[in-house]
Design a protein around this ligand. Structure first.
Ligand code: AR6
Length: 176
């Protein structure tokens, strides 16, 4: 297995439970909370998170902003805003790749050794899971190949089916 693949892992479970340096939140442009993984993160981190988010003036699609982790085991939360799927012709792939890159750049700036991502845009925002997985794995592996930090990136999948998509994409990468 390549060195890059050893630094990328797939985990099945709730991202709010992970004791990593930073978890990534699939937020919306307001950064003031919502459903899905965003709701779970705000619920677990506590009201101090919303208070910090109110100071950030929102976030553009494809960009990312960092807060403290508060009551989470993770030290930081990197909030990124994925694109809403509109059929694929509205720059969705470019914007989704940007979410992963900008999040990793913030992780580097805080010297985060371990970072966990959810499957951004694949829930409420309806991005097709197979296409989103290719972008996630392709973008993260390219970044990891060019940077020593973060040492480890975890794709935190909520279900077995999503985890299998990630495993397959990583195997293809290792075979390439
Ligand atoms: N841990 C890991 N993954 C999770 C968790 C969790 N606790 N909860 C859900 N997922 P979504 P989006 C998975 O809808 O599509 C919010 O309202 C879930 O199975 O959370 O980017 C925001 O405020 C799915 O695969 O995010 C925005 O308005 C993935 O996380 C909007 O939803 C992403 O699903 C963002 O939509």
């Amino acid at each position: 297995m390549s060195e890059i693949n050893q630094r990328i892992r797939v985990h099945i479970g709730d991202i709010t439970k992970l004791a990593v340096d930073a978890i990534v939140n699939a937020a919306n442009t307001s950064l003031l909370g919502g459903g899905g993984v965003d709701g779970a993160i705000h619920w677990a981190a506590g009201p101090e998170l919303l208070a910090e988010c109110r100071t950030l003036n929102g976030c553009k699609v494809g960009e990312a902003k960092l807060t403290k982790g508060y009551r989470l085991p993770a030290r930081y939360i990197i909030h990124t805003v994925g694109p809403v799927w509109q059929g694929g012709g509205k720059g969705e792939a470019h914007l989704l790749a940007s979410c992963y890159r900008r999040s990793l750049e913030l992780a580097v700036a805080k010297d985060c050794r371990t970072v966990a991502f959810p499957a951004i845009s694949t829930g409420v925002y309806r991005y097709p899971k197979d296409q989103a997985t290719q972008i996630a794995v392709g973008t993260v592996s390219a970044f990891v190949g060019q940077n020593a930090v973060p040492e480890t990136v975890i794709f935190c999948c909520f279900d077995q089916q999503t985890a299998e998509l990630y495993q397959q994409a990583l195997l293809r990468l290792a075979g390439a």
